[in-house]
Design a protein around this ligand. Structure first.
Ligand code: HEC
Ligand code: HEC
Length: 339
């Protein structure tokens, strides 16, 4: 009797063992690739323009020149450029004051992947625009200057740099986000008093009580902290002059070095009030903005200048509340607007 019991027990152990072996072999075959794939070696580094671009021997002179135009714009193409024929930007901002870390930072309208995204339809001109057109858009508005001719060597150099970003860069800690992650437009209008108190607490230290920014000590350099309004800022036709666009930039990037798209400091509503506040002051005027968006239905809802194809007041287009305008375009034209 005992012998038979022992035998059965041994047999059971054997069968279970075989069964487990079968299961192991089965999954082993299925996941063979995964098991033997080496762990990806993510070398994530911080942006460092000296190491990555300017002193990098594998980077061409044209790409370096492009980077200088984009990051020290005032000296190379703006008011600090000594040759008046080479002055195209009208203020002392740099492109990289808004497109942070040399245009590589996610959530700050990064230029990584930008070359492949153009030509692209743009509502402002109501046509398929090239990357050159888009850069010239920022030249005429954000930089309060004039457009480069299509074949200008400066334009070629800037685009060469953007091209290089897609191949030449070591792995940066970036996620490909087009533009800025959107904010939820609040149901209330901008409250300038709230905007002012947020500004005083979170921004004034760097951007100044008059929004004038802080220049470098050396007269040959532009701003350490760029201005947010006044004569030397972006003009009233710029994207940053739209409250929803500025709020999205601010929420995802400001206060500088304290906020990122994946770790913002301000709430949507705080960013919104402070965006309205900085855009409540005077700044350079862009001519002919009435011609923007030939198809007026495509105008972003917070474009503060007319004409519009709706009967909301100019004040509401500047300071909100925007949800009723967004609702109107959805119901009347079937257009889903996010900004
Ligand atoms: C610690 C300093 C600092 C603080 C605080 C700060 N900023 Fe900035 N801000 C900067 C710097 C520096 C840049 C340009 C970044 C660059 O060139 O890399 C910038 C850029 C900007 C820009 C785009 C460039 C321009 O001139 O229009 C806006 C808009 C802006 N900041 C708004 C704000 C707002 C609003 C706050 C408060 C919520 C704020 N910043 C807080 C340092 C600061
Ligand atoms: C005052 C801030 C500011 C400055 C300065 C600025 N830009 Fe922009 N730029 C913007 C904003 C805002 C957008 C639109 C972002 C959005 O809403 O997706 C934009 C968009 C762009 C785009 C298209 C991005 C995309 O993902 O489609 C390019 C390219 C660009 N800018 C290049 C430049 C260049 C080159 C310069 C300098 C000549 C410059 N910008 C200066 C604010 C600025």
């Amino acid at each position: 009797m005992e012998i038979i019991q022992k035998l059965i027990r041994r047999l059971l152990v054997l069968v279970t063992g075989l069964f487990l072996l079968m299961i192991l072999t089965f999954f082993g075959v299925i996941y063979y690739d995964k098991l033997w794939e080496p762990a990806p070696q993510e070398i994530i580094v911080d942006w460092d323009s000296e190491i990555m671009v300017l002193n990098n021997p594998s980077v061409s002179e044209e790409v370096k020149q492009g980077y200088l135009l984009l990051s020290a714009s005032s000296l190379h193409m703006g008011p600090l450029q000594h040759d008046p024929n080479l002055r195209f930007a009208g203020n002392n901002l740099s492109c990289t004051n808004c497109h942070l870390n040399g245009g590589t930072l996610s959530g700050a309208a990064s230029w990584i992947g930008i070359v492949d995204r153009f030509p692209q339809f743009g509502g402002r001109a109501n046509k398929n625009g090239t990357l050159t057109d888009r850069i010239n858009g920022c030249m005429e508005r954000s930089m309060n200057g004039k457009a480069f001719p299509k074949d200008a060597p400066q334009m070629k150099a800037m685009i060469a740099y953007m091209n290089w970003l897609d191949g030449g860069l070591p792995k940066l800690n970036t996620k490909n986000i087009k533009g800025y992650p959107k904010i939820e437009p609040p149901d209330v209008a901008v409250d300038l008093n709230k905007g002012k108190s947020i500004y005083t607490k979170e921004c004034i230290l760097c951007h100044g009580a008059e929004g004038q920014g802080i220049r470098y000590n050396e007269p040959k350099k532009g701003y350490q902290y760029p201005p947010l309004w006044g004569n030397d800022s972006f003009n009233d036709g710029a994207g940053m002059h739209r409250v929803l666009t500025a709020a999205a930039f601010i929420k995802n990037n400001m206060p500088y070095l304290q906020a990122r798209w994946d770790n913002p400091k301000l709430t949507d509503e705080e960013a919104y009030h402070v965006a309205g506040y900085i855009n409540s002051f005077s700044r350079p005027h862009k001519n002919n903005t009435a011609d923007d968006y030939p198809d007026k239905k495509l105008k972003p809802v917070s474009t503060p200048y007319g004409p519009w194809t709706d009967s909301f007041s100019p004040k509401q287009h500047k300071y909100g509340p925007f949800p009723p305008i967004i609702q109107y375009y959805k119901e009347t034209y079937g257009i889903e607007k996010t900004k």
